[in-house]
Design a protein around this ligand. Structure first.
Ligand code: ATP
Ligand code: MG
Length: 787
């Protein structure tokens, strides 16, 4: 392979001709690595573990190791197996290796676990009872198949839904358990029918020459375990194995790696126990902690210097993760500058949060906040739940700020949103055939391909829309059984919903809610037991919330079609929006972390389902989030969120109080408390960071200003300058026990007692609390606050 010696990347460093003649090549790529990284790159024989904190250059060292293996001719490109978790990470690693070696597409076995297993399984399909052209089922097909088996097994599919079974089977596959290996402890699963149904499902898949995602790994593990010759072939073949983000491997991935690595034993794994965030999908952080036991003689490399983030960002992240128990604990330091402190800001509501972040992004781009202008590509908004994206997407579209969503569809492209929109489109225009096709059998109404064909024929023969075709078909009794009953119900529903849109008597929000409810669409996801279902329900709520900004359904539908159209092209710079999970391994100069509210982040669901373990995984997500930032990290929360048309007050995330104060700047509106929070703040007003932020910022929100204007404290629209802010210091005298009052953070309540400048209030939602009297107004003064 002469390509290396001719490669530009290697020309820079010169080595003596004599050595070059002996096959030595320059290694400029090693320069700039620290000694620990260099050791990880240059220790090529035997197992190597790099267990180190975020941003310490694990991925960089791993990538350099590949280049070094190639350059020192330890292996050819196709003898190196390199695995990462996301397609984006694999792409990036390929690009980096390509840039260093000058061979952009030179790594055939660098990819995600799934991508590599598909490739292997196609070669050995017959050993799994498949043909090499097997199909990979998507979730819908998988569910349909399971449903048939459940029904054939005489189980009540309503009580024992296919999706629940799918998730149980998936769990087994993550643990590399074939049906005959499922432990006795699991035999009661799914009414005691779980294991036989799993076996029947695997048989059906084989008969169909198909497999699901979980099978890709499971089949390969089984093939390796039962075909020593095949395993030996690959053990010889893959001279070097490299794995990034090892802390997130599940049992099946772990077994697969162990089997392959047993040959040359040249396996190099990198990871960080503090960044294990896929426990809910079967990842076992124990895999990384056990590495030294599993691979005897392992060389363990610790990296302690963080190259990514400023001192304050690193300090804030370390402070949060310190609250977790059972950590390995690692030293992390940076010689980068102090930088800006992590910024913390509270907002009145989610809309204001999105508006503020939009303005900040624009200001950073222009360089008007005292920074050098920044490209939009260097900024990211990382959310806990995908439904949070909607507010940002809508806001950015409104102000024309280009954005991209990474690791998933954009909000309006999501399956459940498209389905719901199809219902809305039909309510507005019943002749929308594309929408009709989309929802006629969603949720399942027993209207399969045959029934749909009959509707099509009836419509075409009579030259009418599908809805009218369905009406004709029903009248002619051209359809029987459950399908006929359900279709009649759907037609009635569509007539009724269109009637509501036409007569305008109900609000469009009410119509939307009723459509989703009466069509059975919401219920479909409520009955769904897959891990994605709760997220989909949240997205549906978010969709209804989005309607509030419009006068009617039609206006909203136009808005969405414009959005979808708007965003087709453009390779220009864009701000990125993604979930915290999708941000793993990535880095951005500026990161926004919105929605730090208890229940949202940490997620209530995760705490309910997994208790303390769930909370600790959420905290690791917080750590992942903060450590994505290089220069500027901004955490924010909203005091109120609208959920299904109802205002709910929210508490700032408990993680906020875990941020060390010395690394945090609470963004206080100019002039409040006489300019800058801190020395001038009245003693005892705010004891914790989140209270500081909540009180300081919420009081500068438009909602609060409206409130103040009503109570005569400050005229509407007047800028929030110190001299104009007059918080009523005598408020204490204006409330007496028994008064009904309103507090921006805790909502409505009744004064139970007075103690100095504090009121003892029993809040309707937040329970009993002592609050500073001047932060409370009479309930009658709050009646224009949307609550
Ligand atoms: P994570 O845990 O988030 O995946 P990581 O440990 O994989 O982080 P990298 O992404 O490899 O860290 O590196 C973080 C940043 O530091 C990158 O921009 C990388 O180029 C840079 N970096 C790594 N090592 C060095 C070094 N020795 N000198 C200068 N910069 C470095
Ligand atoms: Mg990394």
């Amino acid at each position: 392979m002469s390509s290396f010696s001719e490669d530009d990347a290697f020309e820079a460093a010169s080595i003596p001709l004599s050595q070059r003649a002996m096959g030595m090549r320059p290694t400029p790529y090693l320069e700039g690595l620290n000694p620990a990284q260099r050791a990880a790159v240059e220790t090529m024989d035997g197992p190597v573990l790099m267990l180190a904190g975020a941003g310490t250059g694990k991925t960089r060292a791993l990538t350099t190791r590949i280049v070094h293996l190639l350059n020192t001719r330890r292996a050819n490109p196709n003898e190196i197996l390199a695995v990462t978790f996301t397609n984006k990470a694999a792409r990036e690693m390929k690009d980096r290796v390509g840039a260093m070696t000058g061979q952009p597409e030179g790594m055939p076995w660098l990819g995600t676990f799934h991508a590599i297993c598909v490739k292997l399984l196609r070669r050995h399909a017959e050993l799994a009872g498949l043909k090499s052209n097997f199909t990979i089922l998507d979730t819908d097909d998988q569910i349909r198949l399971l449903k048939q088996l459940i029904v054939a097994d005489n189980l009540d599919e309503k009580r024992w839904p296919a999706r629940a079974l799918a998730s149980i089977i998936d769990g087994w596959k993550n643990r590399a358990l074939t049906p005959d290996a499922v432990p006795v402890a699991d035999s009661s699963a799914f009414d005691g029918r779980g294991v036989p149904l799993y076996a029947a499902y695997q048989d059906r898949l084989k008969a169909l020459n198909a497999c699901d995602f979980g099978d890709l790994l499971l089949h390969m593990v089984t093939i390796f375990q039962t075909n020593a010759d095949v395993l030996a072939q690959y053990q010889r073949w893959f001279k070097y194995i490299l794995v990034d983000e090892y802390q997130d491997t599940n049992v099946a991935q772990y077994m697969w790696l162990r089997l392959l690595a047993a040959g040359h034993k040249n396996i190099c794994c990198v990871g960080d126990d503090d960044q294990s965030i896929y426990g809910w999908r079967g990842a076992e952080v124990g895999n990384i902690l056990r590495f030294e036991k599993d691979f005897e003689g392992a060389h363990v490399v610790k990296l302690e210097q963080n190259y990514r983030s400023t001192h304050h960002i690193l300090g804030a992240a370390s402070g949060v993760i310190a609250a977790n128990t059972g950590r390995l604990g690692k030293t992390l330091w940076t010689d980068r500058n102090e930088g800006e402190k992590v910024r913390l800001i509270g907002h009145w509501d989610g809309d204001e949060e999105a508006r503020w972040i939009g303005e900040e992004v624009e200001a950073m781009q222009r360089g008007t906040r005292g920074n050098a202008p920044m490209s939009l590509d260097s900024m990211a908004i990382l959310v806990r739940a995908s439904h949070q994206m909607r507010g940002f997407e809508d806001r950015f579209l409104t102000i024309g700020l280009p954005y991209r969503v990474i690791g998933g569809p954009r909000f309006y492209e999501r399956l459940e949103i498209r389905d719901a929109m199809a219902y809305f489109r039909l309510a507005v225009s019943p002749a929308d055939d594309l929408a009709f096709e989309r929802i006629v059998n969603t949720p399942k109404r027993g209207l399969g391909d045959k029934a749909q064909q009959k509707i099509q024929v009836a419509a075409r023969t009579n030259g009418v829309s599908l809805l009218e075709g369905a009406r004709i078909l029903l009248a002619a009794k051209g359809l029987g059984g459950k399908g006929a009953v359900e279709l009649a119900k759907l037609v009635d529903g569509l007539d009724r919903w269109h009637g509501w849109v036409a007569d305008g008597k109900r609000s469009h929000i009410e119509v939307a809610e009723l459509v989703l409810e009466e069509s059975g669409y919401t219920e479909m996801w409520q009955n769904d037991k897959t891990p994605e279902a709760p997220g989909r329900l949240e997205n549906l709520k978010e969709l209804v919330k989005a309607l509030e900004a419009f006068e009617n359904l039609q206006g909203f539908l136009e808005h969405v079609s414009l959005i979808m159209d708007n965003d087709k092209g453009g390779d220009g710079e864009k701000v990125s929006i993604m979930t915290l999970h999708a941000a793993k391994g990535l880095e951005f100069p500026a990161v926004f972390l919105p929605g730090w509210e208890d229940g949202l982040f940490p997620s209530q669901r995760s705490m309910d389902e997994s208790g303390m373990k769930g909370l600790e995984e959420e905290r690791r997500l917080a750590y992942v989030g903060i450590t994505r930032a290089e220069e500027v990290c901004t955490i924010s929360f909203a005091a109120n969120r609208r959920v299904y048309g109802q205002w709910q007050s929210s508490m700032p995330s408990r993680f906020i109080d875990e941020l060390p104060e010395e690394h945090v700047d609470v963004l206080t509106p100019p002039g409040l408390y006489g300019g800058g929070y801190g020395a001038a703040a009245p003693a005892g007003v705010a004891s914790t960071l989140h209270e500081e932020a909540a009180e300081a910022n919420v009081y500068n929100s438009p909602g609060w200003r409206r409130l103040q204007a009503r109570s005569g404290q400050r005229p509407m629209g007047q800028p929030a300058e110190a001299k104009n802010i007059t918080i009523d210091m005598n408020a204490v005298s204006s409330h007496t026990a028994g008064d009904r009052v309103f507090h921006q953070k805790f909502g409505y309540g009744i004064v139970m007692g007075i103690e100095g400048d504090k009121l003892d209030i029993e809040f309707d939602k937040a329970g009993s609390k002592k609050v500073v009297a001047r932060f409370v107004v009479g309930a009658d003064q709050a009646d224009d606050v949307p609550f």
